[in-house]
Design a protein around this ligand. Sequence first.
Ligand code: SF4
Length: 239
Amino acid sequence: MGVRRRRPIGEMLTEEELWRRLDAALQGVAGRIDEERLKRLVGEPLRKVARRVSENPLGVVFVKVADKVLNTGRACSLWPLQFGLACCAIEMMATGAARWDLERFGMFFRSTPRQADAMIVAGTVTMKMAPVLERLYHQMPEPRYVVALGNCAVSGGRFYADAYSVVKGVDRIVPVDIYIPGCPPRPESLVWGLLRLHDVIRGESIADPPVVEGRRPKEHFYKRLRGCEGQASEADGHE
Ligand code: SF4
């Protein structure tokens, strides 16, 4: 009885050997792959591939599982941008501190917009601050979400009527996903708003059309599954 020789751990496989083994493992599938088609697929955005895959029932299952994994990861690791504008920022700081503890939701504040995916606009937005806020928003990568915290950020608040220097709602500058009214709103309200933001994120899909400049598409994969979506074409699929 002969002893089977084990392949040394450090031994490198040649490319042909690698393809042969892959082909054997996949029972000939690798050999049947059309290279041109594969190249086209690699060059396509994942979103487009997912939309095409979701046309058949097996693809729907795949997209749903992928969504579940991606959305849970995204919702449970929101990193808001660390900046505050006025009194509401004190409430935001309190929410991040030990008593309310945002880190239990996987959230902690980042001091650079390039590593943040949520912006909590906490306080009065003045005309002078508006271009800075807009620039910070554009420096954040997609997908990005905005929460308007407090009456001032929602609509200008107590400065709506008389102040020439206050923006009458931050949604005039950047698209807002969640509005939290109050002057100031308590930390519980912010936690509530952030949990609603989790719901928004969990309702998204990789098969949805892309978000352009923060504008969410009207057409959603899950609505399409339930058959309650309008016949909006991809071309005019944005609000
Ligand atoms: S909503 Fe009230 S507490 Fe918040 S920034 Fe405006 S004035 Fe201050």
